[in-house]
Design a protein. Structure first.
Length: 168
């Protein structure tokens, strides 16, 4: 009788330790799991609509994820293209003059016209601060970008499998 109680407490203690270790192992991925689950819940009606069209479940899930990527990445890519073209225009205007001083001073005068009279914007200090920040944190920027890319891929995989195997 005493050994059964000890076995029961040992089992529940071991089960609790397993849950605790599992929680700490998956702690970096909780946000990704929650986002994948949330997006799969939002996209489930599209998946169901594709299933009613007599598509296999894997194809319906894939098309739903593809729709999600197009809806999410389409505007981001178009905005990125606009920013890239604008940065090319800025580069050509600076490169044609030979230096960035006239371009930066024109930006400074435009910003100072908008600001109240007591506030002065110094573009040279701001650009120096920006360049030093980027050069000091280039490794962090790179690792954050790579981490965000892989997190997005994990979210897409989770959406696919939550849609495909969610009912089971």
């Amino acid at each position: 009788m005493q050994t059964k109680i000890i076995e029961k407490y040992f089992f529940f203690g071991l089960l609790l330790a397993t849950f605790l270790f599992t929680f700490f192992i998956f702690r970096p991925f909780w946000m990704i799991i929650v986002l994948g689950l949330s997006f799969s819940i939002v996209l489930h009606p599209i998946y169901e609509w594709l299933l009613r069209g007599k598509l296999p479940n894997w194809l319906a899930a894939f098309l739903t994820v593809l729709f999600f990527v197009i809806v999410l990445c389409g505007p981001l890519l178009s905005i990125g293209t606009l920013v890239f073209k604008q940065s090319q225009n800025v580069y050509h205007s600076v490169a044609d003059n030979g230096n960035a001083k006239p371009f930066l001073s024109s930006i400074e005068t435009k910003i100072n016209k908008i600001l109240p009279p007591g506030i002065i914007f110094d573009i040279n200090k701001k650009t120096t601060d920006l360049i030093s920040y980027i050069s000091n944190n280039i490794a962090n920027i790179f690792t954050s970008t790579i981490s965000a890319f892989f997190s997005f891929l994990l979210i897409l995989l989770m959406i696919f499998y939550f849609l495909k195997d969610g009912a089971h």
